[in-house]
Ligand binder design. Sequence first.
Ligand SMILES: *Cc1c(COP(=O)(O)O)cnc(C)c1O
Length: 358
Amino acid sequence: MANINAFIKDDVILGAVLKANAYGHGAKYTAKTLYNHGVKYFLVATLLEAIQLRNENANYQLLVMGHTPDDYLHHLINYNIIGTVFTLDQARLLNKLAYKKGTQAKVHLKIETGFNRLGMQINEENIQDILQMSQMNHLDIQGAFTHLTLKSKDSDLNQYNMFMDLISTLEAKGIHIPVKHVCDSIGMALYPEFHLSMVRVGALLYGLQSEDKGIIDVKPILSFYTKPSCIKKIFSGESVSYGNRWFAKNDTIIATLPFGYADGFPRTLYQKSFVTIHQNKYPIVGAICMDQCMIDLGISSEVTTNDAVEILGPYNNIEDFAQLVGTNKNDIVSGFAARIPRVYIKDQKICHIENEIL
Ligand SMILES: *Cc1c(COP(=O)(O)O)cnc(C)c1O
């Protein structure tokens, strides 16, 4: 995090993006750790993600970057969560709900500049709408943001300029937007001149960045380990898993591992993937099941049920893994299921274990 902080000026807010269970890293403990290091602004995709964090700490600043359905808007007010608004209708509704509660609803405006996902398109009618919103007594417009497509420097600059032109137009009409932000991790690394009041950093926090755009010195912080649940010898010609699709060519030893596609390990890696035990690679054999899979240890293996099995880590890096699956790294880590216990390490010691139930 020091490397990220060194990259932004002191007056720029480091907004930590904790959506999708902090990209699979566990939102609650990640938030707590960051908070203890001075980060106070947390961004998530959905209302429920924000409420989960609010239940942890009343002092977190929480922004839902995605859409909140009308029926759920009152929760933003009740839980003191900043919502994202891009229609006059929702602004009116929030204003009304906040009026009833005798408070103000906090929002950021989402501005459309070319990503064409969420946001108000920039035109006269919408500027009039923002003017109306700014006059609502129970609506506190704390910020405004847009999202870059990161196609090229030219197109990103064009989006930035569209956004800033709108901000100037609003300023000229007496509307001051305190917290302005456009950069995600890559935008932050590429364009220091676009940082404005806040950067929205997700992937980089977890040490994930695209190789071609990597400028900041970070390393992936997540590894994925298990232990064999069962080890057995099978004879030449015996098969493993559903459909008997894999046959042992010789007598061999098979270890069962307690993870499967429901844990976020892609089922499509059938016959393609390996795990590492004591620096040796072993192939996953047979169909990957929902909760388990099997590896072929070979007949002379001395692996026991006490040995650590690395699925991702120093020997199986996330770049290669994502490439094997044909996707990006965020897709892999954010897919890891909530049921997998998260083990946090500090100074080479376990400092916390998080699971859903215990
Ligand atoms: C997910 C998200 C981010 C964070 O993106 P990273 O590339 O992971 O830093 C920033 N802004 C918005 C609007 C997002 O949805």
